[in-house]
Every structure is written in C-alpha cells, then in structure tokens.
Design a binder for this molecule. Structure first.
Ligand code: 5GP
Length: 139
C-alpha cells in the first residue's frame, strides 16, 4: 500500500482545503473533525506522509502520541471531561477512511455515548469548540 498525496488530510496540511486548526508544532497538526462524535472531537496527524500506524516511523508515532497526550489534557480542561477516548484505524478493513495517519481524540462524560458517525457538525459549533481548546492550551 502506498501513500496517496492527494488524500484529504494531505490537502489540509498543504492548506488546499480549509480546516479548523487548534494546535501545531514542527511535526504534528491537530484540527477539529468535521463529523464530530463528541463535543471537542479532534484529529492529530503527522506533518510528514504515512498511511497509518503500519507504515509510520517510530519518530512519527512518538510525535503524534506526544501531541495526542497534550491535546487530551486540553480537551479534559476545555470541556470539563472525565475521560478521553482515542480511536485510530488502519486500512479500510480496519475502519480507516482517510489514508494519512490520524488519531481521534474524544472527550468523554459519564453516561454520554459517542454520537453515531457520519453526521456533519455545524461550522459555528466546531469553531466555538476549537476556541475552547485553544484557550485551554494557552492557559
Ligand atoms: P477514519 O479514517 O478515522 O475512519 O475517519 C476519518 C475521519 O476524518 C472521520 O471522523 C471524518 O469525519 C473526518 N474527516 C473526513 N473528511 C474530513 C475533512 O475534510 N475535514 C475534517 N476536519 N475532517 C474530515
């Protein structure tokens, strides 16, 4: 399996399609998922190409997981969450739909289920949730 540099997240990295960014460093980018399954649902990706965990380098995995941890703390604070669910899918049969490595970060609350997949979130809700995460990161 080869990396397709025209995948949606590669286009987001190049700024060819819009995204709601909440954090970036030299190696990773975090932005809001457009079909959020929980308030604050975001994605963390490496800035360098790889399809998923199966072809990622140790350096890519390390960078992504350090950012995942940072953003997990931020969403806990931003949404008063009691826990965080991480999701990461590998190849189509493993549930992957976009073939650039990404980790879903989902803040969780007692008794609140994840929403079903596939429903577009309102743009103003995504922006408001992103702003809460940015504020938590800068506090
Ligand atoms: P997965 O590959 O993890 O199964 O699913 C891809 C995820 O990317 C889904 O949660 C979907 O909502 C999200 N997604 C798909 N296209 C876009 C897009 O253009 N922008 C953003 N921000 N998220 C997207």
């Amino acid at each position: 399996m080869t990396y397709d540099s025209d995948n949606i997240f590669a286009k987001i990295l190049r700024g060819e399609i819009p995204s709601t960014r909440v954090y970036e460093d030299d190696d990773t980018l975090a932005f809001m998922d457009i079909m959020s399954r929980a308030d604050g649902h975001l994605l963390v990706i490496p800035k360098t190409p790889c399809r998923n965990m199966l072809d990622a380098s140790p350096e890519q995995m390390t960078a992504v997981m350090c950012t995942v941890q940072k953003l997990s703390h931020a969403v806990m604070k931003a949404f008063g969450a009691e826990g965080v669910t991480l999701q990461q899918f590998n190849e189509a049969v493993g549930g992957q739909e976009v073939f650039h490595l990404h980790v879903h970060v989902l803040p969780r609350h007692e008794g609140v289920s994840l929403r079903p997949p596939g429903k577009m979130e309102e743009r103003d809700i995504i922006e408001a949730n992103a702003e809460k995460i940015r504020a938590a990161l800068s506090a």
